[in-house]
Write a protein that binds this ligand. Sequence first.
Ligand SMILES: [Zn+2]
Ligand SMILES: [Zn+2]
Length: 366
Amino acid sequence: MRAAVFSQPGQPMSVDELALPEPGRGEIRLKVAACGVCHTDLHVLKGEVAFPTPAVLGHEVSGVVDAVGPNVDGAAPGDRVACSFIMPCGACGYCVRGREDLCETFFAYNRLKGQLYDGSTRLYRPNGEPVAMYSMGGLAEYAVTPATSVFPLPESVPLNDAAIIGCSIFTAYGAVRNQADVRPGQSVAVFAVGGVGTQVLQMARAFGASPVIAVDIRGDKLEKALEMGATAVVNGAEEDAPARVRELTGGRGVDVAVEALGSPVTARQAFESVRDGGKVVLIGIAAAGVEVPLEITRFVRRGVTVVGSYGAKARSDMPEVIELARRGAVDVSAPITRRYALDEVNDAYAALAAGEIVGRAVIEME
Ligand SMILES: [Zn+2]
Ligand SMILES: [Zn+2]
């Protein structure tokens, strides 16, 4: 099969021939339909987040089940599916307590070593050299993933577009539903409306938030934000964003501010934009070591909560996220503004790095 292989930070990926991956116990092989182009991959490509090489990145995928390993129930070849980027082991202390977003086996084996949970990868070059997997290694024609990360799609949800459910929409759900617990009528501001921030707007709208304020420094992204659920937009390059957010909420600030970039500048703006007793949810990943200074007295005196949110809980949340897509409360197609072939994978990540992608881009395998 063909796969985009990452060999060295700062160097382009090369589309190489790899052996067809074999699913192990409790695992599924899927024929990948599409894979989303996500900023988290970009951190690895730039060397800002350490990861073993060679590796296949790509963690936001949809496809058709092609083969199942032993001990897999409820999935069969031919099923149309979307996969969560967190592949819960189902057995660690966090998974047992329902916190699959914190699965320690996933972090220890996959995020640190590029392996699945028997301590090996499923990807090999034809000469037998192992190739690490970032999540399931979705930038390839086929991918093997634990069945705990595989979820059936209703007929009405388009297969290729459903790829973006597995990271950006899933992450937006985790932030809005689990960590912020947004209620109808609450005000939400989203700082940076790129691939994930756009989905937070949709999710906030789906849960009845109003107003929903999009903050970004690019006019094209703010224009798209109005289409994706924002009721007001603020250009942070032209105005004082926290001051404008307060103005839009009767001088008080928003109930919930979501930071989707992983930048100290926007994280501070989010902190300064919430009302007394408000909540800041951080979902943007930054390069290792990046910090944000926050005013202690405001934290204390104003009772502000700052909470991190990573993905969501795969097995309990993915079915709900897919149901939102089936009902049309969340649109999987409208956020996708660019479609690339696997051979164009480097162009896609270059455009993402340049900030040119409005909404989400996907790599389509056919
Ligand atoms: Zn992602
Ligand atoms: Zn686990």
